[in-house]
Design a protein around this ligand. Structure first.
Ligand code: GLY
Ligand code: MN
Ligand code: MN
Length: 435
């Protein structure tokens, strides 16, 4: 991502904060996995969105109108020894030179310096209640200023969450962001195709998971956006199954929900296909129903349509289909009202997608489902999950779990499916698997 993009975002944020106010946002921290071993570091999405700075132990400060510079980055000082053991880090000089901070200070001096910056500011914007360490330190800094009130300095009078401003910005993707999302989507689609081509009965779920990650990594995408779900047969009925340690059986379906991350932007694809390469009749009937629900939902992804319309469309198709196949009995309208479909379709149609797989952004505004607008990206992922012990349905349906998930961009006059290259019709899947 180009520095100009981060600059544009900071400028926009600064305008929204307004003069006399200040905003703070902290980096993620390194977390210990076990003795001397850390979890892979993943920068905080909000922090990265504004800074492009990929190090822990950093704090970004935004002070609109500050003469010596509006964007201040507190970070680790350059340390030869650290560089030897852990590799490059920007240091104070790098923060201004390569990350366009107007000013940089050692993170170790933050207590002394930041109190001064908060003096006589009216309102402090920060991610309230997200990081108890930052919550606590901010209170300490403010207490420190209050203690000096007799010398005439004023402590901030208001605290506000930065999230409504920042997350509304993140909800609308720029063309630079879409480049990264398209790449994540394309590489992820290829990995799903490979899984369909190479899957054989007798393999273990983790072997398919390994193939998927292998593809992501060989394309330079080193992180998954979330733990991959590779669920054979009835395992697909556990919505967030990630054990991935069962053997694949002929005659079962395989549900794969996996997505790569490209420079902090996620893809999120689910495909479900027969391990043998050919759907059985009951599998094909349920699969086609989920696919029809997905097609119906995607039609509602266009500007000025409420967020919920896609979900409602999927519920209607699902309920009608479940009645037709005999899994539900009764009047479709009444069944929808009583939410009987929830026995088999218990989650919502999807979520915003971006730097976080379940991305930020409000779904309702003043208690009403918001209208879709160009630049938003969301998933459309209806599913049917028939528990193995479900006595109310014919045996042939039991233990089948199906989800079909695509990533969809709202465009000026409709939508674009970013993940369209991953096959999903029965004909396409069977043709690919028999080739
Ligand atoms: N992979 C998580 C989800 O589909 O929401
Ligand atoms: Mn999803
Ligand atoms: Mn998913």
């Amino acid at each position: 991502m180009k520095q100009t993009e981060f600059k544009k975002r900071r400028k926009h944020l600064m305008q929204r904060i307004g003069k006399d106010n200040i905003a703070l946002i902290a980096s993620a921290s390194v977390r210990t996995r076990n003795r001397d071993v850390d979890y892979p570091f993943r920068q905080d999405s909000d922090f990265y969105y504004l800074t492009g700075f990929n190090e822990p132990d950093a704090l970004a400060v935004f002070i609109p109108g500050r003469e010596q510079g509006e964007y201040i980055l507190f970070c680790r000082e350059f340390d030869e020894k650290k560089a030897l053991w852990e590799g490059a880090h920007a240091g104070l000089e790098g923060a201004t030179k390569h990350y366009a901070a107007d000013d940089s200070f050692p993170i170790d001096d933050v207590d002394e310096i930041l109190s001064g910056m908060l003096e006589n500011k009216h309102k402090v914007f920060y991610p309230m209640g997200r990081d108890s360490d930052l919550d606590h330190r901010l209170q300490e800094w403010i207490r420190h200023i209050r203690d000096k009130s007799r010398s005439g300095v004023q402590a901030p009078a208001e605290m506000a969450s930065i999230e409504p401003i920042l997350h509304e910005m993140r909800l609308f993707k720029s063309s630079e962001e879409l480049k990264l999302m398209r790449r994540a989507a394309e590489i992820t689609a290829q990995a799903h195709i490979k899984a369909m081509q190479n899957c054989r009965a007798g393999q273990f779920e983790y072997q398919i998971e390994a193939d998927i990650i292998h593809h992501f990594m060989s394309e330079g995408l080193r992180a998954v956006a979330y733990p991959s779900i590779v669920a054979g047969g009835k395992n697909a009925c556990t919505l967030h199954y990630t054990e991935n340690n069962d053997k694949l059986k002929n005659g079962d379906l395989l549900l794969i929900d996996a997505g790569a991350e490209c420079d902090h932007y996620a893809a999120d694809i689910t495909r479900t296909f027969p391990i043998s390469g050919k759907f059985t009749e009951p599998q094909a009937q349920l699969y086609q129903l989920v696919l029809d629900a997905q097609f119906a939902a995607i039609e509602h992804v266009k500007p000025n349509v409420p967020w919920n319309a896609a979900h409602d469309a999927s519920v209607e198709v699902m309920t009608k289909g479940l009645v037709k196949l005999g899994l539900l009995k009764g009047n479709v309208k009444k069944l929808i009202k009583a939410e009987k479909y929830k026995q088999f379709y218990m989650h919502r149609i999807g979520h915003w997608l971006g730097m976080d797989v379940h991305d930020v952004g409000d779904y309702k505004i003043h208690q009403e489902w918001r209208l879709l607008q160009a630049g938003m990206v969301l998933t459309i992922e209806p599913g049917l999950y028939i528990p193995e012990n479900c006595k109310t349905v014919d045996k042939k349906w039991r233990g089948i779990g199906i989800r079909i998930e695509d990533d969809v961009l709202v465009t000026k006059d409709g939508h674009e499916i970013l993940t369209a290259n991953a096959p999903k019709t029965i004909v396409e899947i069977e043709a690919l698997m028999s080739a």
